[in-house]
Design a protein around this ligand. Structure first.
Ligand code: ADP
Ligand code: MG
Length: 371
C-alpha cells in the first residue's frame, strides 16, 4: 500500500473557491441530508470540533460535516474557502494563502477567523437575517469563558436568534444514549483531533473531568517526527494522518501489514519512499497514546467512590474520531480495568447528542453552559 505525495486521495485544488457561501452537497456519512437554504428556521446544533464541524438540523439530522479549516489570503484577509475545500489546501498553499485550523488545541487561536468560519458554515445551512434559528453549540470543555462568549456572539452575528452552549462530553454522553439524569456514574472519553476529554457525568452534571489538549493531530505530528528522525524524510501532516488510519495502532492487531509512504528526503530534496511497519509506528506514537490513557485514569481516580463503582459495572464509552485508532479501546480497558464500549458512530456522536437536546430543548436547558 502506498501513501503520501502523489498517491493522496485528494488532488490539489486549482479552484480557490471564490464563493465559499454557496450551499453545496455534503459528503461523508450516508445519514447526511442535503442542506436547503430556503427552509423555515429549524433549531441547529453545531459540534464545533478541533478537527471536524458537524451541524444537526432539528427534524432532519446531520446536514453538514466538514473539516474545521479555513483558508485565507493573508494579504487581503479574504476568506478563500472553508471546510473540505480549505482542508485540501493544507500544506499545498503558496506563501500568501494560509489554511488554518482555528480551534487547533481546543483553544480558539483567532477569534475573528473562528467567527467568520462559524458564519460561513451557518450560512451554508440556510441561516440568514430572514431565517434565524436557535443554535446550540458544543464546545471543547477546555475553552475559556471569553472564548465561550465569542462563540455565542459569532453565532448570533451569523443570524442565530439565540445561541446556547453545551460541553462536548455532555453531548457525547447523550449521543451515546447514556442515562445522564439518573444518579448513576457515566464515563465518556472523547478523543478528538486537538483534545482528549474525559468526563464522569451523574444527575445531569459533570462530576469529574480532565481536558487534555492533545489528540489525533499530535499522533500525526509524532509520526511526522519519527519518519524525519529515523529516515531523514519529511512528510506532510495529511500524509501522516493517512498512515495512521491505514496502519496506526495502540496495540498489535490481526492482519498487520506494512505501508509505503512517499516524502522528501531532507539531505537531497528528492522524493523518497519509506516502508513503515505497524510495530515501529506503535513505538512512535506510544507517548501520545499514554497521555490520553493517563488522563482517563486520572479522571476515574477523581470520581467519588460510589460513581467509580457504577462505572466499573457500566463501562466507559469511547467516542471521537481518535477512538478509531486500532487497539485504543483495549488499551483503555487495560489501563482502567473497566470494560470499554466504542460507540457506533464515534465521529458523529457529539452532534447526534446535541441534536437530541434540540428535540427536548426546554427540558434539557439546564444542561447548557451559562456565562
Ligand atoms: P474533533 O471532535 O476534535 O473535531 P473528531 O472526533 O472529528 O475530532 O476526530 C478527528 C480525529 O480522529 C483526527 O485526528 C483523525 O485523524 C482521527 N481519526 C479519524 N478516523 C480515524 C481512524 N480510523 N483511526 C485513527 N484516527 C482516526
Ligand atoms: Mg469532538
Amino acid at each position: 500500500m502506498a501513501l503520501g505525495q502523489g498517491t493522496s486521495r485528494h488532488t490539489p485544488t486549482t479552484d480557490l473557491a471564490p464563493d465559499p457561501l454557496c450551499p453545496r452537497p455534503v459528503r461523508g456519512s450516508p445519514t447526511i441530508a442535503p442542506c436547503d437554504g430556503g427552509d423555515v428556521a429549524r433549531d441547529l446544533a453545531i459540534d464545533l470540533g478541533t478537527a471536524n464541524t458537524l451541524v444537526y438540523a432539528r427534524g432532519k439530522g446531520i446536514v453538514l460535516n466538514e473539516p474545521t479549516v479555513i483558508a485565507l489570503n493573508s494579504r487581503t484577509h479574504e476568506v478563500l474557502a472553508v471546510g473540505h475545500d480549505a482542508w485540501q489546501m493544507i500544506g499545498r498553499t503558496p506563501g500568501y494563502i494560509v489554511a488554518v485550523r482555528p480551534l487547533r488545541q481546543g483553544a480558539i487561536t483567532d477569534f475573528d477567523v473562528t467567527e467568520r468560519m462559524i458564519r460561513l458554515l451557518l450560512q451554508r445551512c440556510g441561516v440568514s437575517r430572514l431565517n434565524r434559528p436557535r443554535v446550540l453549540i458544543c464546545v471543547p470543555s477546555a475553552i475559556t469563558a471569553v472564548e465561550r462568549r465569542a462563540v455565542k456572539e459569532a453565532a448570533r452575528r451569523a443570524g442565530a436568534s439565540s445561541a446556547y452552549l453545551i460541553e462536548q462530553p455532555m453531548a457525547a454522553a447523550i449521543g451515546a444514549g447514556l442515562a445522564i439524569h439518573e444518579p448513576i456514574g457515566n464515563m465518556v472519553v472523547d478523543v478528538g483531533g486537538g483534545t482528549s476529554e474525559t468526563a464522569v457525568i451523574s444527575l445531569g452534571g459533570v462530576v469529574a473531568s480532565t481536558a487534555l489538549r492533545r489528540g489525533g493531530f499530535d499522533i500525526d505530528a509524532a509520526i511526522q517526527a519519527y519518519v524525519r528522525r529515523e529516515y531523514g524524510v519529511a512528510i506532510g501532516e495529511r500524509t501522516a494522518e493517512e498512515i495512521k488510519v491505514a496502519i496506526g495502532s495502540a496495540a498489535p492487531f490481526a492482519g498487520e501489514f506494512k505501508a509505503e509512504v512517499r516524502g522528501r528526503e531532507l539531505m537531497t530534496g528528492m522524493p523518497k519512499t519509506v516502508v513503515l511497519s505497524p510495530e515501529e509506528l506503535r513505538g512512535a506514537i506510544e507517548d501520545q497514546v499514554s497521555l490520553t490513557l493517563d488522563a482517563a485514569v486520572e479522571c476515574l481516580g477523581n470520581a467519588p467512590p460510589e460513581l467509580a463503582q457504577d462505572i466499573i459495572t457500566q463501562g466507559i464509552h469511547l467516542v471521537g474520531g481518535g477512538a478509531l485508532l486500532r487497539g485504543l479501546a483495549s488499551r483503555l480497558a487495560d489501563a482502567t480495568v473497566v470494560p470499554v464500549h466504542l460507540v457506533d458512530t464515534p465521529l458523529e456522536c457529539v452532534a447526534l447528542g446535541a441534536g437530541r437536546c434540540l428535540d427536548s430543548f426546554d427540558t434539557l436547558r439546564e444542561l447548557f453552559v451559562d456565562d
